[in-house]
Ligand binder design. Structure first.
Ligand SMILES: N[C@@H](CCC(=O)N[C@@H](CS)C(=O)NCC(=O)O)C(=O)O
Length: 218
């Protein structure tokens, strides 16, 4: 059976869990990382030398990097569905997964860590305001892309929706200023109707609040 190593509150674990549930695959998950610890053991480092989560074990194969795991599960279990078969369609989807890592991730982390995980008394208001504005502009690019599109890479859910879609739940839960983004809001509403998204992404992450110390995070 597929085995996922990583706590359910991890945003990167959530991408994997969303796909597993979306495809109705049998799996087990073990809590590791965060307050659970366990990433520094020789056993875990042998599986994932980066000492981060998630790690996926499928028989004698071990995978890490959440977007890679999303691609692997989609390619193996949903060719033509979550995994676009046509190379051009697949590259169009793939680019939004790379965009999440290369462009969206750090601004998203700066806001999530700066405004939510850092206790209020240590927050830097000016830095947070700049980070929130920057993140809104980056999401604006995705909002313009979604004009006339039901999903990120066309008319159905694909791998393209998973990393960026995952990021929205926390973005819209935080008490921050957000620009009006009608296309993202429409798409986000459709994601929220999916049981897999509701069960795996729209979950309580309050255990992460106020968990950083000054100097951590940015
Ligand atoms: N690029 C990696 C990043 C993994 C990562 O940074 N995971 C975080 C959780 S979201 C982690 O392991 N943090 C340490 C911890 O949870 O203890 C991926 O996408 O899988």
């Amino acid at each position: 059976m597929l085995k996922v190593l990583g706590r359910a509150t991890s945003s990167n674990v959530q991408k994997v869990m969303w796909v597993l549930e979306e495809l109705d695959l049998a799996y087990e998950r073990e809590d590791l990382g965060g307050a659970f610890g366990g990433l520094d053991t020789p056993e875990y480092i042998a599986l994932n030398p980066n000492k981060v989560i998630p790690t996926l074990i499928d028989g004698d194969q071990v995978f890490w990097e959440s977007n890679t795991i999303v691609r692997y599960l989609a390619a193996k279990h949903d060719d033509g569905g979550l995994w676009p078969s046509d190379p051009a369609d697949r590259a169009q989807a793939d680019k939004w997964m790379d965009w999440q890592l290369s462009t969206l991730l750090m601004p998203w982390i700066n806001v999530f860590f700066g405004c939510y995980r850092m206790p209020a008394q240590y927050q830097d208001a000016a830095k947070n305001a700049a980070a929130i504005e920057k993140l809104g502009k980056i999401y604006g690019l995705l909002d313009r892309h979604l004009e006339g599109r039901a999903y990120v890479a066309g008319d159905r859910l694909t791998i393209a929706d998973i990393p960026v879609g995952m990021s929205l739940w926390r973005y819209y839960q935080m008490d921050i200023a957000r620009p009006s983004m009608p296309n993202i809001e429409r798409w986000y509403a459709t994601l929220q109707e999916r049981p897999a998204y509701r069960n795996m992404v729209m979950t309580d992450f309050s255990s992460l609040k106020d968990t950083l110390k000054p100097g951590q995070g940015h």
